[in-house]
Design a protein. Structure first.
Length: 199
């Protein structure tokens, strides 16, 4: 049995805020680095979508918002969770439905020492321009192919030199798909770090 599924099978729950949480350690850096990790992530994605009432086939709008590592974005703290929530809050006004999901991604453009944060939005709505016949049709959009050794020593060094939160950025490729929620004033309920850490 592979290590990812063995950890899931043998995980012991711990109580936190009335919830039973299971801790899985030593996961691959990215979901596509290990086929078993990818299968596990896809299983959990299906569970989250099902719990949110998403049934296939379904129509959706899909879109990306990139946060490149420009000096302006770094100075505006957009490479933090608070910064990402700010970008999501500005973007969410464009969506009409109440079933919008986000998947965080990380990518390195050629020649860049620092990564670009990519936010993949899926707006499930009747007039969507994409007909998702099955859940599997969504996967290429939300789970890009990551290269091996994605967080190399050189890249970690650059993140450190630029005083970026390495732990936070390392969670972005493996984060789960998250439903964007609003409060009674139609304002974004900010995503919490604990949500990014969960499969």
């Amino acid at each position: 049995m592979n290590e990812v599924f063995k950890q899931i099978r043998d995980a012991k729950p711990k109580q936190e805020n009335g919830e039973n949480l299971f801790v899985i350690e030593n996961l691959p850096e990215t979901p596509t680095e290990d086929i078993n990790m990818l299968f596990a992530v896809l299983i959990f994605t299906g569970i989250h979508l099902n719990d949110a009432g998403i049934r296939f086939p379904i129509r959706a709008f899909t879109s990306y918002v990139d946060i490149p590592p420009t000096s302006e974005n770094l100075e505006a703290n957009l490479f933090t969770l608070k910064g990402i929530n700010k970008v999501i809050g500005e973007e969410v006004e464009k969506f009409n439905s109440d079933k919008v999901f986000i998947k965080t991604q990380l990518m390195y453009e050629i020649g860049d020492d620092l990564p670009t944060i990519r936010l993949a939005f899926v707006d499930f709505c009747e007039d969507g321009d994409v007909n998702l016949i099955t859940e599997a049709m969504l996967y290429p959009f939300i789970y890009p192919k990551y290269e091996m050794n994605f967080f190399s020593e050189e890249r970690i060094e650059q993140l450190t030199l630029n005083e970026l939160d390495i732990e936070f950025l390392q969670y972005l490729p493996n984060s789960r798909i998250l439903e964007i929620k609003k409060d009674s004033n139609n304002e974004l309920i900010p995503i919490k770090f604990e949500e990014l850490m969960r499969l």
